[in-house]
Design a protein around this ligand. Structure first.
Ligand code: SF4
Ligand code: SF4
Length: 340
């Protein structure tokens, strides 16, 4: 793996240079939030953030995307697919937990049997540049409990690690190496490697929140009807914040919008926390209350995803803990399940 060094203050310039050549999604300050958004020529990327409010999954799986368009003509219906219309893009400065989420999402959207061409086209056309977390984390971060690390190349094509005055730049994949020309030509030496190892150990130590994520699946396997599920959901407002901010949640709905002879088929995010999500046309709802919906959320992350893909469906970003308006904490739920 090739490694280089760049001065820390060179990073924004590199992102700006790339933005002249591709669509660059970068962390941008928008009022009180840091959000990943396409960088315009006047935008200043903000790399000193801890984690963005929105998970950057929307780059591969947008809130709403057009799947196809159609028109009714006298000769019949004419369809045009929107598959493979992804621009060449760079996702610049994403945190390792969010890069890990792409590996989790790939297992669903890019299976051997089922391939989601909309997601795959964007994944293939996007280079992911991760920015390792070497600064003190939020106390809601728990990546180390769910197979992540604050300094990790997982899900990244390029990994940047702050080692003092410089960033160590590691080209993790061939796709990453294709952008090597933007990162100067200062080769990294063994000293830089040693500094990175030290920074990674410190960063790992700094993640204090731990959850028994690997212990709960056998308990969940046997406790679908446990009275515990009656206890966790009562204050849930069904607002969906936890699922919309979560980097691994991926429920969607498909709808058609038709005006006159023209129509579009849209795919839009949905949430298992919404009562309407499972409501059937007959009026029957197999998940009639927030109890069944919360059980689904916990089961999906810590049992069903492991059953299907041998992977925990949570990357420990802590967004759902930080932003739930009634302070429901998935870490406590997992801890309580481990004691059933
Ligand atoms: S963010 Fe909190 S209140 Fe809103 S749906 Fe999730 S658990 Fe319920
Ligand atoms: S469940 Fe919560 S902590 Fe886990 S990845 Fe989703 S938002 Fe982050």
């Amino acid at each position: 793996m090739e490694k280089r060094l760049i001065k820390k203050d060179a990073l924004a310039g590199i992102a700006r240079k790339m933005a002249g050549d591709f669509t660059v999604w970068a962390p941008l300050k928008k009022e009180d939030n840091v959000l990943f958004a396409p960088m315009g020529s006047d935008d200043e990327p903000f790399f000193a953030y801890l984690n963005s409010k929105n998970a950057p999954k929307n780059i591969f799986f947008p809130h709403t995307e057009t799947m196809m368009k159609y028109t009714r003509t006298p000769q019949g219906m004419v369809f045009s697919s929107e598959v493979n219309k992804a621009d060449q893009s760079v996702l610049f400065g994403v945190r390792p937990c969010d890069a890990h989420s792409f590996v989790v999402l790939d297992k669903l959207f890019d299976q051997e049997k089922y391939k989601d061409q909309y997601y795959i086209a964007k994944r293939l056309n996007t280079t992911v540049i991760s920015l390792a977390c070497v600064q003190p984390p939020y106390d809601t971060c728990f990546c180390t409990s769910v197979d992540g690390q604050p300094v990790s190349p997982e899900g990244a094509d390029i990994l940047l690690t702050d080692i003092g005055g410089d960033y160590l730049v590691e080209f993790v994949t061939e796709k990453g190496e294709k952008l090597a020309g933007y990162f100067g030509d200062t080769k990294a030496d063994e000293k830089a490697d040693a500094k990175k190892t030290e920074a990674a150990a410190k960063a790992r130590e700094a993640i204090k929140a731990k959850i028994p994520a690997h212990e709960v699946k056998p308990i969940l396997d046997k406790n679908f009807d446990h009275p515990f599920w009656d206890t966790i959901h009562r204050k849930c407002l069904a607002c969906g914040t936890c699922t919309y901010l979560c980097p691994t949640c991926h429920c969607f709905d498909i709808s058609d919008e038709v005006v006159g002879a023209d129509g579009v088929r849209l795919r839009s995010w949905d949430s298992c926390m919404f009562p309407l999500f499972t409501k059937e046309t007959s009026g029957h709802n197999p998940r009639p209350s927030q109890k069944e919906r919360w059980r689904q959320r916990a089961m999906h992350k810590f049992k069903y995803y492991i059953d299907m893909f041998d992977t925990i469906g949570c990357v420990g970003c802590g967004r759902c803990v930080m932003y739930c308006p009634v302070n429901i904490d998935i870490r406590k739920i997992v801890d309580d399940i481990s004691k059933l």
